[in-house]
Design a protein. Sequence first.
Length: 125
Amino acid sequence: MTRYNPECIFCKITAGLIPATVLYRNDVVVAFRDITPVAPTHVLIIPVEHIRSLSELTEADSEIAAQILLAARIVADITGVLESGYRVVFNNGADALQSVGHIHAHLIGGRPMGWPPFAGHEVRH
Ligand code: AMP
Ligand code: ZN
């Protein structure tokens, strides 16, 4: 049975109830542009099914986990950052500033980035 949370903003995007700029989708995942991009390419890749965070992912979700990563490669290709480089980030839980409780990979690229990320000044949004 498909996990769906009617209160969840990302579930609403998968259902087409709120608009998003979708770059890629298949039966398992949807990739759409972040509404507040931090780089020229900033795309969120989410599973269609509502899973709150990586911490709730189980062995039964292995196809979902794989599809998120495979979609990252496809989105990197579509957005033209496959060769220049890109970062894939899962913010998970409070310390990581996860703000939407539906697993999402941020795919960020199109500009040089620093490492380690976010050292120093954290901004809670
Ligand atoms: P996180 O802080 O890791 O939970 O990331 C949540 C991300 O979702 C943020 O980068 C937001 O800009 C983004 N976001 C929130 N609402 C929307 C929306 N309706 N469409 C696209 N991106 C969104
Ligand atoms: Zn959801």
